[in-house]
Design a protein around this ligand. Structure first.
Ligand code: NAD
Ligand code: UFG
Length: 334
């Protein structure tokens, strides 16, 4: 029985496929390559020495997806596929609603047709909005999202919740990721978005490799110890491992469960920049810039539910995250 991984050649999906294959799972990837490259499939094979099936397919293309379900005995799906750029979503709301929400509904319809009713979904800490950290899964959400991307995550959570109520055969797991950084330990898989990055670590990587002159730190007058925003950064390899725990659980579950995937510790933007410089022994020039619209001041999770119920805890340190991010970008640019 196979696990279908939509968006499996993307940043988090590719590292998750490595962990799934290393855990002995059969993997089928469906990705339209809109934000990833086919060469990722070779790199996954190189790291794991294992084979898997890859389909260049859009999850909204029902005929293509139906074909995949007909060819493989799929027992569960990890649904990563979607658009994720917060700022782009503000200027392209329809594309985001169509791809993320339309894509999820199309996938669920095909899963239902194929009688595959177990799904793990990539949600986001963004759904907590301006709640008071540490964020826990039982907090009320949906009072505010600050961009269409965040709204798609909120709506998809609601849709999956309604689906789970409609039929007890559905087992749905919502994973709320905090801030994934770092790269696969091999240095072959990591985060290097097209265009000028909007996320912190890819931007630091570009400055460290001389592709951009300096980092702009958005705001140094927040009510935090050093004045910069605080986030719960999680190593992508830890995050990927969390999906193994989730798949093991979702196989036999009925209904819906929500888990935070984070470390539970917050670090400031300055902490990240200083740690990156220290562990990699490299300068990252930066300057303070005005606050960025829509940024929450402090975001970190309560990770105890994931530990208690699916046995997930993180292992990597901030040093590991910064070292692996640089190792990846050095290899890519050499
Ligand atoms: P990514 O862009 O690297 O990976 C997404 C993959 O999905 C890409 O390979 C892309 O080609 C593919 N894709 C997009 N639309 C598709 C479609 N319609 N059909 C098939 N494939 C499609 O992003 P990522 O960082 O790996 O994120 C994976 C998931 O996790 C996304 O749903 C994202 O919203 C969510 N998430 C990411 C973060 C983060 O900071 N990276 C945080 C929280 C949640
Ligand atoms: N930052 C800078 N300079 C930059 C980029 C970012 O100072 O060039 C700061 C931001 O202002 C923020 C922090 O670094 O304080 C982290 O910013 P990111 O853009 O890396 O991450 P966000 O917390 O804003 O959002 C990310 C993803 C969202 C996801 C959220 C929670 O982009 O998709 O984490 O998981 F929803």
């Amino acid at each position: 029985m196979a696990v279908l991984v939509t968006g499996g050649t993307g940043y988090i999906g590719s590292v998750t496929c490595v962990k799934l294959l290393q855990a002995g799972e059969e993997v089928v990837i469906a990705d339209n390559l809109s934000n990833s490259d086919i060469s990722v499939t070779d790199r996954i094979k190189k790291i794991t020495g294992k084979n898997f099936s890859f389909y260049k397919a859009d999850v909204r293309d029902k005929a293509a997806m139906r074909d995949i379900f007909a060819k493989h005995k799929i027992e569960a799906c990890i649904h990563f596929a979607g658009l994720k750029a917060v700022y782009e979503s503000i200027s392209k709301p329809l594309e985001y609603y169509d791809n993320n929400i339309g894509g999820t509904i199309a996938l669920l319809e095909i899963m239902k047709e194929a009688n595959v009713k177990k799904i793990v979904f990539s949600s986001s800490a963004t759904v907590y909005g301006n709640n008071e950290p540490p964020f826990s899964e039982d907090m009320e959400i949906g009072l505010e999202t600050t961009n269409p991307y965040g709204t798609t995550k909120l709506f998809i959570e609601k849709i999956l919740g309604d689906l789970a109520i409609s039929d007890p055969e559905w087992g749905v797991m919502l994973l709320r990721y905090f801030n994934p950084i770092g790269a696969d330990e091999s240095g072959l898989l990591g985060d290097d978005p097209n265009g000028i990055p909007t996320n912190l670590m890819p931007y630091i990587q570009r400055v460290a490799t001389g592709k951009l002159p300096k980092l702009f730190i958005y705001g140094n007058d927040y009510e935090t110890p050093d004045g910069t925003c605080i986030r719960d950064y999680i190593h992508v390899a830890d995050l990927a491992r969390g999906h193994i725990n989730a798949v093991y659980r979702v196989r036999t579950m009925s209904g819906i469960d929500i888990y935070n995937l984070g470390t539970g510790t917050g670090y400031s933007v300055l902490d990240i920049v200083k740690t990156f410089m220290k562990v990699n022994d490299i300068d990252v020039p930066f300057e303070y810039a005005p606050r960025r619209d829509g940024d929450v001041v402090t975001s970190f999770c309560d990770p105890t539910k994931a530990k208690r119920e699916i046995g997930f805890t993180t292992e990597k340190t901030l040093d590991d995250m910064c070292r692996d991010s640089y190792n990846f970008i050095k290899k890519l640019t050499n």
